[in-house]
Design a protein around this ligand. Structure first.
Ligand SMILES: NC(=O)C1=CN([C@@H]2O[C@H](COP(=O)(O)OP(=O)(O)OC[C@H]3O[C@@H](n4cnc5c(N)ncnc54)[C@H](O)[C@@H]3O)[C@@H](O)[C@H]2O)C=CC1
Ligand SMILES: O=C(O)[C@H]1O[C@H](OP(=O)(O)OP(=O)(O)OC[C@H]2O[C@@H](n3ccc(=O)[nH]c3=O)[C@H](O)[C@@H]2O)[C@H](O)[C@@H](O)[C@@H]1O
Length: 449
């Protein structure tokens, strides 16, 4: 295997995972970030995100001399051994939702402005950030250099299993109009032995959105089906198990929930809708996918209202509620676009008095004290404390630990023993044994009033 000198710009979920994993594949990697405090922590081996195996890999690869961290992309250019130039530059900077839903590409552009002119001839610029079709072409135009190859290499890892996903990917996608550059990027991953799709840049860019929007559509479909189950007296667990055995559908990504969230599915569905609009294509299916998700949040609030007051129009004013789980899914401490927080905001608007607990928010960063609140939701140190005096507990994130909470103690702490489980996580029999009324999504009896 031929080791390369790789520069990674942005050390978030994608950049840090890419850097540490490529180092573990034998490449010499320099990671750059504009956040000085983060770089300082990384140099000390402190990783500020919850990702299984990532801290260990960072420490291992840093000690092996294959991985280092610097402040700023320009500094990274001169940070390789013997001052040799980077051969490949990975862009792993944020591309958040901008005005009107379009992807905001300012970070990508600013890195290109910062280092574009200083790259050594023959360097390959790889875009790993999620960017709309045409970005590779625009990056090449911005660079105004025929000696630099531009490649789209979208990333498909999930938060909470980033390292495992990166090192065992379902596929690697490499898109470019420069075949030599594309092959050099594909070769970086050769040891992984994953299926590799070599294509043009536009197809690679669109493929990333196509995957995320398909996943979002699958979930909106499941959430709509769970609602239908309640209305016709069917059970969503049985329905999804039954359809999941069809290999064309598959068992994965079929759990109903409070709506899909996180730093990617929401922004990427909106960005693709904007791409479609700009191409004069009315993507009705995608719009319905997003609308179904927005409605899901209100549906959860309506369920809580009905469970607590017995009426569809009952008031939640001054009603104390315990929220279990605030991150956008289990296995991460990421709160970006969390459905739990969106639902908390709606409940607060309705006048409810909230207390939350999340197992990922019980420690502070780098020895700092644990946070005491998140977006206006006060945090308790454990589930039973959060439940004190609550008129209902709402399970919002599928943390496995919630299954084994002492539900009898929870029932004792609550003013009224009601659990609205938006993840169908806790066995309803366990709750019933503790004297708790259990409400879920689309299970037998969940639609009954
Ligand atoms: N989070 C995820 O699971 C996945 C994210 N993506 C995509 O990857 C991209 C990055 O996402 P995340 O890693 O989640 O972002 P993040 O927000 O976790 O990390 C981005 C990092 O880039 C740094 N940064 C921003 N501007 C910079 C600049 N000019 N120079 C150097 N560093 C800079 C920030 O300080 C931050 O540390 C996005 O386009 C996202 O859509 C793709 C697949 C998975
Ligand atoms: O582009 C990205 O950033 C990434 O976005 C998602 O990964 P991630 O955001 O980590 O989260 P997912 O595991 O996909 O979950 C997304 C949301 O759907 C929800 N979900 C997921 C699965 C399910 O069965 N039910 C369900 O409600 C989760 O709770 C969460 O709110 C994709 O799964 C990754 O392949 C992609 O690389």
């Amino acid at each position: 295997m031929f080791a390369r000198r790789v520069m990674v710009v942005g050390t978030g979920y994608v950049g840090l995972t890419t850097g540490a994993c490529l180092a573990s594949l034998g490449h010499e990697v320099v990671c750059a970030d504009i956040d000085e405090a983060k770089v300082d922590r990384l140099r000390r081996g402190v990783v500020d995100i919850v990702e299984p195996g990532l801290s260990e890999l960072v420490v291992e690869q840093t000690s092996a001399g294959r991985l280092s961290f610097v402040v700023g992309a320009a500094t990274a250019l001169g940070a390789f051994e013997d001052a040799r130039p980077a051969e490949v530059l990975f862009l792993c900077v944020p591309t958040p939702m901008g005005a009107g839903g379009v992807a905001d590409l300012r970070a990508v552009e600013s890195v290109m402005e910062e280092v574009g002119a200083s790259l050594a001839p023959g360097t390959v610029v790889v875009n790993k950030s999620t960017v709309p079709v045409g970005t590779a072409e625009r990056t090449a135009e911005m660079l105004e250099r025929s000696d630099i190859g531009v490649v789209s290499n979208p990333e498909f890892l999930r938060e909470g299993s980033a390292v495992k996903d990166f090192l065992g990917p379902d596929r690697i996608v490499v898109g470019s109009d420069n075949q030599d550059a594309a092959e050099r990027v594909a070769a970086l991953y050769a040891r992984l032995g994953a299926p590799t799709v070599l294509t043009d840049a536009a197809s690679a860019e669109l493929m990333k959105y196509a995957a995320n929007c398909f996943l979002a559509m699958k979930l909106s479909y499941v959430n709509a089906m769970a609602e239908l189950c309640e209305r016709v007296g069917a059970d969503i667990g049985d329905v999804t198990e039954g359809i999941g055995y069809d290999r064309r559908i598959g068992q994965a990504f079929l759990s109903p929930g409070p709506g899909w969230g996180g730093s990617c599915l929401p922004k990427d569905t909106h960005a693709l809708l904007q791409v479609a609009d700009a191409a004069d294509f009315e993507f009705r299916l995608l719009r319905a996918t997003i609308d179904t998700n927005t409605r899901q949040r209100q549906r959860i609030v309506d369920k809580v209202r009905l469970a607590v007051t017995g009426k569809r129009t009952g008031s939640l004013s001054r009603v104390r509620l315990c929220l279990l789980g605030l991150t956008f899914k289990a296995g991460t401490d990421d709160l970006r676009d969390s459905p739990a927080l969106a639902i908390a905001a709606l409940l607060r608007q309705a006048g409810a008095d909230l207390v939350g607990f999340d197992p990922a928010l019980t420690d502070g960063l780098d020895g700092a004290p644990a946070p005491t609140e998140v977006e206006g939701v006060p945090l308790a140190p454990d589930a039973v404390t959060a439940a004190q005096g609550a008129e209902a507990t709402i399970v919002l994130t599928e943390w496995p630990v919630f299954r084994t909470v002492d539900w009898a103690a929870m029932a004792g702490a609550m003013k009224r023993p009601i659990v609205v489980d938006t993840r169908n996580l806790v066995d309803p029999a366990t709750l019933r044994r503790a004297g708790i009324t259990a409400v879920g999504l689309g299970r037998r009896g969940d639609g009954a009033e």
